[in-house]
Design a protein around this ligand. Structure first.
Ligand SMILES: [Zn+2]
Length: 210
């Protein structure tokens, strides 16, 4: 083993264990099954994690592989039938070197003053795209894959994606928030989903003046 010290090997092994980076391969390995609208598993709330260990990091790697394979930009553990408050996001899935974001036990601590309406889609409701109104800016606190605490102010697509994925952790799907009932019925019907699977959420007063 000339040239490779045990300390060096151990250090590299520790780095590998700490990283959740996986290859971003479309139609690649998909270790987990994504559940679809209509399956009860999507309606169950997720539990907070008390610690972040190698098992959680392995879950994150599997979630990321499954997400990249399906060409998504976000995935919540609920979607793969794991009821833990874990979500993964990568808004730049085409760049191999950009690290994904892992949010564990995310909590929104503040909403910005305005809302906007943008089209959303979901790996649990393939090919359905509909407009959803959400607050534009959020502040969120969470732990990363090493258990380090973070606070983040997000806007634009990142804000929307975090809110969409956090909804999953509460058993809420984006179609529950769609206000245009006609478009909702048409899109779901056209893609083989039952409208009865939608659980409309009441207006929650997001985006109120701070
Ligand atoms: Zn989704």
């Amino acid at each position: 083993m000339a040239g490779a010290s045990f300390a060096g090997l151990a250090h590299r092994a520790a780095q590998r264990e700490a990283s959740v980076m996986v290859e971003k391969t479309i139609n690649g390995p998909s270790p987990l099954t994504i559940h679809h609208l209509g399956e009860q598993v999507l309606r169950q709330p997720a539990r907070r994690l008390s610690k972040v260990d190698h098992g959680v990091r392995q879950l994150c790697r599997h979630m990321l592989q499954t997400m990249y394979s399906a060409q998504g930009i976000g995935l919540a553990a609920t979607q793969v039938g794991v009821h833990k408050q874990v979500l993964v996001i990568d808004l730049d899935p085409e760049t191999p070197s950009t690290p994904p974001r892992v949010l564990i036990n995310p909590e929104i601590t503040a909403y910005g003053g305005s809302v906007d309406s943008r089209e959303e889609g979901c790996l649990s409701i393939p090919d359905v795209y509909l407009n959803v109104v959400r607050p534009t800016v959020i502040e969120v606190r969470f732990m990363d894959e090493l258990g380090r605490k973070h606070r983040l102010k997000a806007d634009g697509l990142l804000s929307r994606c975090i809110q969409h994925e956090m909804d999953h952790l509460n058993g809420v799907l984006f179609v529950d928030r769609v206000q245009d009932g006609e478009a909702l019925q048409r899109e779901l019907h056209d893609h083989g989903f039952a409208v009865s699977a939608v659980h409309a959420v009441a207006e929650q007063g997001h985006g109120e003046e701070p």
